[in-house]
Ligand binder design. Structure first.
Ligand SMILES: [Ca+2]
Ligand SMILES: [Ca+2]
Length: 264
């Protein structure tokens, strides 16, 4: 009996090991820093359109702010770019992040880009087309009917399983109150995902032309595993923005008025 229990215990421990192997390989909080709190991304570099905001965020004390300061570069470096490369190939991955699109967006504004255009399926871009969520790889792509513009915050999770295609990739979109806005498989394009060795681009695509994203991105995470819907919801439930400066200002003005009345 004792050995039986030991076997069960070993099995449970191994299960725990298995899930622990699913790594958060890059995590940018933008809370006053460009450092990666994951394992492999390295400190990010800001491009011409990127800056750290300490007054607007989705989680914590800051976010990545993206403004159109100087047109486009030619290699997708206008937002923020990871210090290191990722060689994901056909491997499983999940990208999760908060986004707030603002102003006049580029035609194919890109929130997250991995890989490059060297081969079919080599690029992996999570973007907007006509304000709707789109997953685009080199040689293929599918635009959903999920609208992500309008100046609202959304939490977006996109997951591709080992050997997956654009069509089989899954998306989960959550609102700031943690409710599910939309979910499903991208469908459409059967192009296989085969992400080439390149850096993680945030707010721009290596394809570049007309692909700058304007607004805010926050809590950008890259996993080397497929997250479930409930795990995606768990990330969305972390919504905890910097208090609106206007609300704080109104509060201060209210106090001032109250003090003046008391004096009179
Ligand atoms: Ca943040
Ligand atoms: Ca650009």
């Amino acid at each position: 009996m004792k050995y039986k229990h030991f076997g069960l215990l070993t099995a449970l421990v191994c299960l725990a090991c298995g899930s622990a192997n699913a790594a958060l390989i890059a995590h940018y909080t933008f809370n006053g820093t460009l450092a990666d709190s994951g394992t492999s991304g390295g400190t990010a570099t800001l491009g011409k359109n990127g800056s750290l905001s300490s007054t607007v965020s989705a989680v914590g004390s800051g976010s990545l702010e993206l403004r159109n300061n100087i047109g486009t570069d030619t290699s997708g470096l206008d937002g923020a770019v990871s210090g290191n490369n990722f060689a994901l190939g056909t491997g499983a991955r999940t990208v999760a992040f908060w986004m707030k699109a603002e102003g006049t967006l580029d035609t194919s504004a890109t929130m997250i880009a991995l890989g490059d255009s060297g081969t079919n399926g080599g690029r992996y871009d999570i973007a907007l087309s006509g304000g709707n969520l789109r997953l685009e790889v080199q040689g293929g792509g599918t635009t959903t009917s999920v609208a992500l513009g309008g100046g609202n915050w959304f939490h977006v999770t996109v997951a591709t399983a080992l050997g997956g295609t654009v069509a089989s990739s899954q998306y989960y979109v959550h609102n700031t109150d943690g409710t599910l806005n939309a979910s499903g498989a991208f469908g459409g394009s059967s192009t296989a995902v085969n992400t080439r060795n390149n850096r993680l681009r945030m707010g721009d695509s290596i394809q570049d032309t007309s692909r700058d994203f304007f607004g805010y991105l926050d809590d950008i995470r890259l996993y080397d595993s497929v997250l479930t819907q409930s795990e995606a919801q768990g990330l969305a439930a972390m919504w905890s923005p910097v208090p609106e400066p206007t609300a704080a200002l109104l509060g201060a003005l209210g106090m001032l008025t109250l003090l003046r009345r008391r004096r009179n």
